[in-house]
Design a protein around this ligand. Sequence first.
Ligand code: SAM
Length: 314
Amino acid sequence: MTDVQVQKSFASQDNGSSGRKAGILYLVGTPIGNLDDMTYRAVAVLKEVSWVAAEDTRQTRKLLNRFEISARLLSYHEHNKEKSGSSIISKLQDGESVALVSDAGLPAISDPGVDLVEEAVRMNIPVVPIPGPNAALSALIASGLPTERFTFLGFLPREKKKASAVLEEWKTHQATIVLYEAPHRLLPTMRLLLDSWGDRRVVMARELTKRFEEFTRGTVASCLLHLEGTPPIGEYCLIVEGAQASASDEAAPEWWTGLTPEQHVARYEKEHGLSRKDAIKQAASDRNVPKRIIYNEVNKKTSFEANSTKQDRD
Ligand code: SAM
C-alpha cells in the first residue's frame, strides 16, 4: 500500500471508484493583455474540450471568438465556486473534459481555480497545466531584482492591520517578494511597505504586455514621490527587494522601528521638544527618505481602505 498519488497526464485514467475514465481538468493560461501571447496549445485544447469554465464568461467568449473557438462555456468564480465546482467535478467524473481559464493569465494564481484543482486532485482526476502568460513572473524576470529566490505573496489583505501583520511576518525574508495590487490601492500599499520594511528597492510593473507597459524602478520612497505626479492607472505588479542579510541577521533595530512616520514625528515633538518641521526633518533622516515623504505621511487624510484613486491622492 502506498500513499503517493502518481498522475500520468497523457495515459488513460479512471476515477478510482466507478472504473470509468475520468475526464481531464486542463488549466489553460490565457493572455494578460496582448492576444498574440495566446499559445497554439491553448487554442487546440480550448477547441477540443467538452466545457470551458471561466471566471467571466462574457470576457472569455470574446477571447474564444477571436480564435474561432466555439466551446461551451460555464461560469466558475468566487461567488459560485462551491456549486459550480461540484458540477464541474461531476462532469469530469463522467468522462467529460473541462478547461479552466481565468480572466487573464494562469488559472489558480490569485483566483478561485485553486479550490477546483484541490478537489480534482482529491478525486483522483487528472489535472493538466497548459502554460501561458503570468503577470507575476513576467514582472519578476524584467525587474532587474534577484530572481534566484523569490516569494509570491499575491494580494495583501485589504484590512490594514492584517496587511501589516503579513508584512511583519516576511520582513526579514531575503528572497525577492512579488505582490499583486489594484491601482486604487497602490499608494496605500506602497506607504505600508515603506512603514513596514523601510526604503527598499522596488519595481512597479504596469500594464504588462499592453500598449502602456511600463516599469518604474526605484526605491519605495522615490516611487511614492513619482506617483504624486502620476496617478496609478492600469494593472500593477510590485517586485520588492528582499531584506538584506545584514538587516535581518545583525543590525539591531532602530528605536523607531515599528512606529509609523506619524508616531515617529510625534515622538520627536513630544519627547525632544522639536518643532513639527524639525521633527519631520529628523524622522526623514533616520529613515533615509526624502522629507516630503514624511511630510505627506503626517499630513495625509486618507485611510488605507480608501477605495478610489482620488481619495488615495487627496
Ligand atoms: N491569474 C493571473 C496571472 O496569472 O497573472 C492573476 C490574476 S489576479 C486576479 C489579477 C492581478 O494580476 C492584477 O490585480 C494585477 O496585480 C496582476 N496583473 C494582471 N495582469 C496584469 C498586467 N497586464 N500587468 C500588470 N499586472 C497584471
